[in-house]
Ligand binder design. Structure first.
Ligand SMILES: Cc1cc2nc3c(=O)[nH]c(=O)nc-3n(C[C@H](O)[C@H](O)[C@H](O)COP(=O)(O)OP(=O)(O)OC[C@H]3O[C@@H](n4cnc5c(N)ncnc54)[C@H](O)[C@@H]3O)c2cc1C
Length: 494
């Protein structure tokens, strides 16, 4: 058996979160081994955020061109998928090649190991025949994979996940999208705008079921206007494929299409990580972490794996905390690097801590110099990049009521705002505010509209910093912006 090789830190899974932790710790002077079995960067740059947003950008350009007819004359639009596929291949993913990302990590001083890592007892990670012993810690950032529901027949069919949908070079004539969450709706709208006949099949009674019901309504109406058929409350029971097309069966109903995209959620694969060798239960849906991302002694986790929100910004936020905490742990660990090493590393750590401190909530313990900030998800922002965009932060009205909070709700329709009225074609949207009447602060907000994700930023600040509603009411909102509708929504709080 191979002798374990002693290093400072081992990071398993170099997705968004793991890559950030590994790179920053390597830059701080630690010996860091980064283990990745697929592509460094993970889901976001190759099959997630970036290519999907390129697709959305292209689809929205088509939609804007169609709006010329209502606003500025006539425009003839002929969609062509080829430039979109080319851009994803060449600009976003380098034809799904991570050489540049590997070089970036190595350039920071990291050591890259391609392979599947698993825990092999306390402080140890095994990658094939190699075993690494981590002096200061192990960070798991292994993310999630698409969760495929146990529908009869589905596993035997050549269904698509987000990977095939992002890699597609030639569009099908028709597409069934199983799952009406954020990813399902974004991709459904893109493909519809490029002429694909799209049907979304959703088991819940509305699409975007985790968001405000008003957001579900606006999003569904927008997709329908793009020609998407939306079927809610449909529990798929069986899937069949006859060599050329798919059928989804639900009771007496049958939906057919050339292709089937399954986007019904994502799942962490804890059973692959050797968690039993460190006494952690691998039978959970996600890997629970504390407010500094600790799993257990000497082990941290970041990103989707932790189940705190499947967003790149969560992975990055957590990564900053892990970096600060690992460096803090190193400083406190006996037998750490020599004094000069410690001094240089802590110089880096102090920078990290203060940089991260700014990102922490007012209520966190991260303010004191040298202390490690803690995670606070109260003001977690989320954006569904449909057109209109659906941005949301904090609690929905229902969540707030279920917590027994004395809730006030404010609402305004964007079309009634000056900017919405000027915008005309494509102006659907609203602002909805959820306030804690006793505390006099916003605890949640939804911003739907042509720039819903951008307008959200003001509301995120309000929730994050617990800005009193009375102060928000006395702010000056530029005229005629979309975000000025926030003022009207505040006025209607009751
Ligand atoms: C279509 C789509 C669109 C999205 N759009 C957005 C968006 O607009 N905004 C946003 O914030 N988020 C978006 N997301 C979510 C975002 O991609 C994820 O939140 C983010 O990638 C999570 O990063 P992560 O580091 O936790 O995991 P991942 O990116 O999943 O990376 C985990 C890495 O670990 C590797 N790995 C797993 N097991 C092992 C092992 N045992 N050994 C070695 N390596 C291993 C995997 O190969 C992978 O590279 C989108 C996701 C999808 C699918």
């Amino acid at each position: 058996m191979a002798e374990p090789e002693l290093v400072d830190v081992v990071v398993v899974g170099l997705g968004v979160g793991g890559e950030e932790v590994a790179g920053r710790l390597a830059e701080a002077g630690l010996t860091v081994v980064g283990v990745e079995r697929d592509l460094v960067g993970g889901e976001c740059p190759y099959w997630g955020c970036i290519p999907s947003k390129m697709m959305i950008r292209a689809a929205n350009a088509l939609a804007e061109a169609h709006r010329v007819n209502e606003l500025a004359g006539t425009a003839e639009v002929r969609p062509d998928w080829a430039p979109v596929a080319k851009r994803i291949r060449e600009e976003a993913t380098d034809t799904w090649d991570d050489r540049a990302a590997v070089d970036r990590f190595v350039g920071k001083g990291g050591r890259f190991v391609r392979g599947s890592g698993r825990l092999d007892g306390p402080n140890r990670v095994r990658v094939g025949d190699q075993v690494f012993e981590a002096r200061y810690g192990i960070v798991l950032g292994t993310g999630t994979r698409p969760s495929v529901p146990p529908i009869d027949g589905l596993a035997d069919t050549p269904y698509w996940t987000n990977h095939q949908a992002i890699e597609v070079e030639e569009l099908p004539g028709s597409l069934l999208v199983l799952g009406g969450g954020a990813i399902g709706l974004e991709l459904a709208q893109v493909f519809a705008r490029f002429g694909v006949r799209v049907t979304v099949v959703e088991a819940a009674d509305r699409v975007l079921a985790v968001e405000e019901p008003e957001a579900s309504e606006v999003a569904a109406a927008a997709l329908r206007a793009d020609g998407v058929t939306i079927e809610t409350g449909v529990k798929a029971e069986r899937v069949s494929h006859d060599g050329s097309g798919f059928a989804v069966h639900a009771g007496e109903r049958r939906f057919t299409a050339d292709r089937l995209l399954v986007v019904t959620g994502r799942r962490a694969h804890l059973d692959e990580l050797g968690l039993d060798t460190v006494g952690v239960d691998a039978g959970q849906r996600y890997l629970p972490v504390d407010h500094r991302m600790h799993v257990t002694d000497g082990i941290w986790a970041v990103g989707d794996l932790t189940g705190e929100g499947a967003f790149t910004h969560i992975a990055m936020y957590q990564a900053a905390i892990v970096v600060a905490d690992v460096l803090d742990h190193m400083r406190r660990t006996r037998g750490g690097p020599d004094a000069s090493g410690t001094a240089s590393v802590m110089g880096g750590a102090a920078g990290v801590v203060s940089a991260v401190g700014g990102a922490m909530s007012a209520g966190s313990s991260g303010g004191a110099p040298g202390s490690v900030p803690v995670a606070d998800y109260r003001a977690l922002p989320r954006v569904t990049f449909t057109d209109p965009e659906v941005g949301a932060v904090g609690l929905t009205e229902r969540q707030a009521r279920e917590r027994g909070i004395n809730v006030q709700v404010g609402y305004t329709d964007l079309t009634a705002s000056t900017r919405g009225w000027i915008h005309k074609a494509g102006n659907a949207g609203f602002i909805k505010l959820v306030a804690d009447a006793d505390q006099g602060v916003l605890i949640g907000a939804t911003s739907v509209g042509p720039a819903g994700g951008e307008v959200l930023s003001a509301l995120v600040v309000a929730v994050h910093a617990a800005v009193p509603v009375s102060q928000l009411r006395h702010m000056i909102y530029a005229y005629p912006t979309f975000h000025r509708a926030i003022e009207e929504a505040l006025r209607s709080l009751k």
